[in-house]
Structures are given as C-alpha cells and as structure tokens.
Ligand binder design. Structure first.
Ligand code: GLU
Length: 322
C-alpha cells in the first residue's frame, strides 16, 4: 500500500488504484444498515438532542488535501477527544514529570470508573480516562492559572489552523450541573494529593474543554501534527517533539477507547480517540488523519457507526499501522 505521491486523492493497494473519495462513498453506503443501532449519550440534555441519523467522515492528508462525506461541516461536542489536546499541552510543559501523576496503561474499566483509582492510590492509569484527563487539566491550571482554558482553546485553534472553534457554554454548564461522578474522581485524587488546585476550578476547565465543538473536517485537520511527528505539515509549526508524538499515538492506540481500546486496535489498527459526543479521530502516522462522527454509541461509549466506518477504511485501503 502507498499513497499515490503526485496526488493525495489516490491510494495504491494490492496493485489497485483507489480514490479516497470513492472509498468514503462505499463506506457510507455499507454502514447504512447499522443506523438505528446504538444509543445517543443522554447523561446531559444537550447531548441527548443529537440526531442519530447523522454521519460524517473526513480524511485530511499531510499535504492538506481533504476528502469528506456526510455532515462534515456540522459541529458537534468533541468531549473526550479534547483529552488528546490537553495531554499534548501538559506533556509539552511537564515532560516526563507528568508520568508521576498519570500512568500509561490501559485501564480495562469504563471511562468514569472510581474503583481502580481507589486501589491505585489516586494515580489514574492513563490520561484518556476521565480521572487522567482531570489530573492533566489540574496540571494546566497550575501552569496557566486562570488562563488554562483559553490556552487549551488556542492550542486547538492553532492545530486546526482555524480561529472559528469555541466552547459550547450550554454543554459546559450542563456538564457542571451533572458533575457528581467526575467530582467524586477529582475529590478522591485530591485526598491522595494528586490534585493541586481547587476541585471546582479544575472541573470547570475539564468540562469546558470537553464542550468544544468541531466538525470532522476541523478535527481531522487538527490532528495532523500527530501524523507528522509533532509538527503541523502545512503550517510547519512544531507543537511537540517526535518522541512525544510517538507516545501520544501509542497511548491513543492502547487507551483511546476506554474498555474497548483492545477491540478498536484489533478492528481498526490505528491510534484513535473517541468521545461520547459521537466523534472519533484516528491517525495514520506519516500520511493522514481521519475523523468520523455518528452520535449513536456502543455499550462502551464509542461511536458505533464511527468505529465500523474506520474499520472499513483500513480494511479497504490497507492504511493501518500493522
Ligand atoms: N465530559 C464527559 C464526562 O466527563 C466526557 C466523557 C467522554 O467523552 O468520554 O463524563
């Protein structure tokens, strides 16, 4: 398999020349019988109103070429996908010191589980479960003080090369109103001395970053730095080192889908991160980034059609890392 060099619209796989746009059309057609399966997140009203029939998929290649299908300009709540941006910023500032506060092992537990955190003395397994992302948010509050959220948002805008990306305050307020489990996680970590700032301030930062809205076009564009060793291949801005990009991709592969991370790696074979808003991003190192959106979720809280669409993409194109 290789990307056809003169034109990033084409892939050569098993001697066959495939157009990415045609592949996306086939995928949209093949997943259509699955509409109606899965369940839209309903723990807050702002997410429950998403249309389960919506589907979008965008592929942005490292040369900036973008191929999309479905409602690819429609913004939705990125939720846990934001954990990738938060971790990138924290890793940039704290480097390996961050590993003392948050680990790098799959949890095998649901995203908001309290049990493991108790018997592992308040050190979350990885930055992509809620407890881990809350510690990361705490580290950013320590570093940026009251400006933490604006720095996270600026980083997202910079990585997407797009200033038109914002926090949906209705979603953020609703998350705060239904904060109790995340507050329990944060409080438990505070009791173990793994949270330096005020619980409410940290949660506000965490919920606000989760409430950023983006389209699949914007998401796939913003993840190119992870497909290019930490440097945006278009703007040439370096966000993190190649070694840090490698680590984030490794964590996305092993921990990006909560207790379904192994299954996602097995089916799709790419680093990826999902959010309960129905989005998933995936990275093909050296080549492209892919984003999908479909709000109906499987039992582990990952987009059901989105996972299937990515599985079909890597099967058809051979563009997995294995
Ligand atoms: N804001 C959500 C929560 O903390 C994020 C969940 C997710 O996308 O996994 O519960």
């Amino acid at each position: 398999m290789a990307l056809y060099k003169e034109n990033y619209s084409k892939i050569i796989t098993q001697g066959e020349l495939l157009e990415i746009q045609t592949v996306l059309q086939e995928i949209q057609h093949e997943i259509s019988p699955l509409f109606g399966q899965g369940k839209v997140a309903d723990y807050i009203p702002a997410l429950a109103s998403a249309n389960p029939q919506d589907f979008a998929m965008s592929v942005t290649c490292n040369d900036g070429t973008c191929h999309s299908i479905g409602v690819h300009t429609q913004k939705f709540s990125i939720q846990s996908i934001s954990k990738v941006y938060g971790y990138t910023l924290a890793l940039k500032h704290y480097k390996s010191a961050l590993y003392k506060r948050v680990g790098r092992e799959p949890s095998g537990d649901p995203f908001n589980s309290l049990v493991q955190l108790e018997y592992e003395a308040g050190i979350p397994r990885n930055p992509f479960i809620n407890a881990g992302a809350i510690v990361v948010a705490d580290s950013l509050v320590s570093h940026y003080k009251a400006k933490a959220l604006s720095h996270i948002l600026s980083f997202i805008q910079e990585s997407a090369d797009n200033d038109n990306i914002f926090v949906d305050r209705t979603v953020a307020d609703s998350e705060m109103e239904h904060r109790f489990r995340n507050m329990a996680l944060a409080s438990l970590m505070k009791s173990f001395d793994n949270l330096d700032n005020d619980v409410t301030e940290v949660l506000e930062t965490y919920f606000s970053q989760c409430s950023v809205t983006m389209s699949t076009d914007e998401l796939s564009r913003s993840m190119l730095y992870l497909a290019n060793n930490g440097t945006d291949p278009i703007t040439k801005k370096t966000f993190i080192t190649p070694a840090q990009a490698k680590r984030i991709n490794a964590l996305m592969l092993t921990c990006g889908h909560y207790d379904a991370s192994g299954d996602f790696a097995f089916r799709v074979g790419l680093p990826g991160k999902s959010g309960v808003g129905g989005g998933i991003v995936a990275v093909v190192p050296g080549k492209m980034s892919i984003a999908v959106y479909s709000p109906a979720l499987n039992e582990q809280g990952n987009s059901l059609l989105g996972t299937k669409a990515l599985e079909l993409f890597t099967t058809k194109t051979g563009l997995s890392i294995f």
